[in-house]
Design a protein around this ligand. Structure first.
Ligand code: SF4
Length: 208
């Protein structure tokens, strides 16, 4: 199983979602499903839903700042039908691309604990297993990178996170980028040019 919409295997996260649902009854407040092409060769892996983004709209990277640069790049490089993802029913489609998160439920303070990352890793492992050979996995940030390495059954010591790095990870290529969070883009840790270079590399890997 790559996703369980009723999963409550992480007690802290399930309780937190219940609490947020009380104060925001119009929010999704449940595990956020992967979004995009089921046969995609590009899998983008983020960290976890944001409070007022994916946790509100039910679509990864949709409705808050983190998705602005991501969807703009997906559109620029031919993976998205539109440059902005506004809501789960805005008609946007992804082509040859799917977006998922290492942790499917909103964590308090945007910080899942290790046990939660490990528990949700079963879903990520199953999702990686269905990728076609030659696929590219784009990990956004170190936590997503390590979750992918774990899900692929590889040794962390052999696969260190580095922005722009491409790792040979068996049947797939693992490509790293700093996360496109508001903090990283506002501080210049991740610029639009840097992110575009990562997507150009993804496109090159898929086309070779
Ligand atoms: S984070 Fe993943 S494993 Fe934990 S409750 Fe949510 S869907 Fe289940």
């Amino acid at each position: 199983m790559v996703f369980d919409p009723g999963c409550r295997r992480c007690p802290r996260l399930a309780a937190f979602l219940d609490q947020v649902a009380d104060s925001h009854p119009d929010y999704h407040c449940a595990p956020v499903p992967p979004f995009g092409d089921p046969d995609a060769r590009l899998l983008v892996v983020g960290l976890a839903p944001g409070m007022h983004g994916a946790n509100r709209t039910g679509r990864p990277f949709t409705g808050d700042h983190a998705g602005i640069l991501l969807y703009a790049m997906l559109h620029r490089f031919g993976f998205s039908s539109a440059p902005e993802s506004l809501s789960a029913d805005d008609g946007l489609t992804l082509e040859n691309c799917r977006i998922t998160n290492a942790v499917k439920c909103l964590p308090p303070g945007n910080k899942p604990v290790g046990a939660e990352i490990n528990t949700c890793n079963d879903f990520l492992a199953n999702e990686l297993r269905i990728l076609p050979p030659g696929a590219v996995v784009l990990a956004l940030g170190g936590i997503a990178h390590r979750a992918v390495v774990k899900a692929l059954g590889l040794r962390q010591a052999d696969y260190r996170f580095a922005h722009g790095a491409v790792h040979d990870a068996g049947d797939v290529a693992l490509l790293d980028s700093y996360h496109c969070s508001r903090y990283n883009t506002n501080t210049g840790r991740l610029t639009e040019t840097m992110f575009a270079e990562v997507f150009a590399e993804a496109r090159r890997l898929l086309d070779q």
